[in-house]
Write a protein that binds this ligand. Structure first.
Ligand SMILES: C[S@@+](CC[C@H](N)C(=O)[O-])C[C@H]1O[C@@H](n2cnc3c(N)ncnc32)[C@H](O)[C@@H]1O
Length: 277
């Protein structure tokens, strides 16, 4: 597959491959890779990530019997939560980073869910599924990477059944933020690698337009940054203080970097839409 990946997507794969060895044990026993949804005080990173997964499941209306597609499934932690809480008929997860799928197979098997959950390598913008294959499509914290988000939305509309629902969490510039300045800032704070695709730097109003053009209706985009990234930064300060030493310093540097993204005008949004019937 890598031969057909754009250079942006290859950069994303290199980033997440490097991250694999740097992750440590921040997320406890569940291999999540997201900022979490901080619904109350005292949550661990792992519990907050689980809460974010539940929010996305509820937004998509995941229900028993559904055929679910999880795009950018990472290590499969979300798929396992969907399987246990919502009892769908099947969950298919795709991710573009090979090590995440390899580890994901082991994680799913360790929960005895290999019959229900199928993980595989795949690219969000060129999916290997027949038209109208899924009832629900979920994607947590990935679409800002895709090359491009518009190409993904077209694919999402193609693989969803008429009336099927889409629920994503995503990152976009807030209304009124200059996209060019925002991308220059992203480049600086990410040591030369732009993980947010330049073609995706538009606000919620433009995003709604792209969803409509792809064939979606009943669209909602809500900012949840105060309950996700902002609270994650606070939580990292606590983790850093407990870790101390060099490890604590490294965690603090990550916290400062994420705060810079927020200060640059990056919003964290929950997106819901339905494929037209
Ligand atoms: C922040 S992680 C989120 C992982 C997972 N959804 C979670 O919540 O733990 C972003 C994921 O998007 C995946 N990704 C990025 N670009 C992709 C693409 N074009 N197609 C499929 N997956 C992609 C990355 O490999 C990575 O696993």
């Amino acid at each position: 597959m890598s031969a057909s990946l754009s250079s942006h997507t290859q950069d994303v794969v290199s980033h997440y491959t490097r991250r694999h060895t740097e992750r440590g044990d921040l997320f406890g026993n569940q291999p999540f890779a997201n900022y979490g949804y901080w619904t109350r005080d005292g949550l661990s990173l792992e519990q907050a990530s689980e809460a974010l997964t539940e929010l996305v499941a509820a937004t998509a209306g995941l229900a028993p019997g559904d055929a679910v597609l999880d795009v950018g499934c990472g290590y499969g932690a979300g798929a396992v939560v969907y399987a246990k809480r919502c009892r769908p008929a099947s969950i298919t997860g795709i991710d573009v980073t090979p090590v995440r799928i390899e580890e994901g197979h082991r994680y799913v098997a360790s929960h005895g869910l290999s019959d229900l959950i199928t993980l595989g390598l795949g690219n969000a913008t060129a999916m290997d599924f027949a038209d109208a294959s899924f009832d629900k499509l979920v994607s947590v914290e990935c679409a800002f990477h895709f090359d491009t988000r518009v190409a993904f939305l077209r694919e999402a509309a193609r693989v969803l059944k008429p009336g099927g629902t889409l629920a994503l969490t995503d990152m976009i510039p807030r209304r009124g933020v200059d996209p060019a300045a925002y991308l220059r800032g992203e480049k600086t704070v990410n040591s030369g690698v732009v993980l947010d695709n330049a073609g995706n730097a538009y606000d919620a109003d433009v995003y709604v337009q792209h969803l409509r053009e792809a064939g979606f209706t009943d669209i909602r985009i809500d900012s949840i940054v105060d309950w996700t990234r902002a609270r994650f930064v606070e939580a990292l300060h606590g983790v850093a203080a407990r870790a101390g030493g060099e490890k604590g310093e490294a965690i603090l540097r990550s916290a400062r970097r994420i705060q810079q993204f927020i200060d640059l005008g990056e919003d964290y949004v929950l997106v819901a839409a339905r494929k037209a019937r």
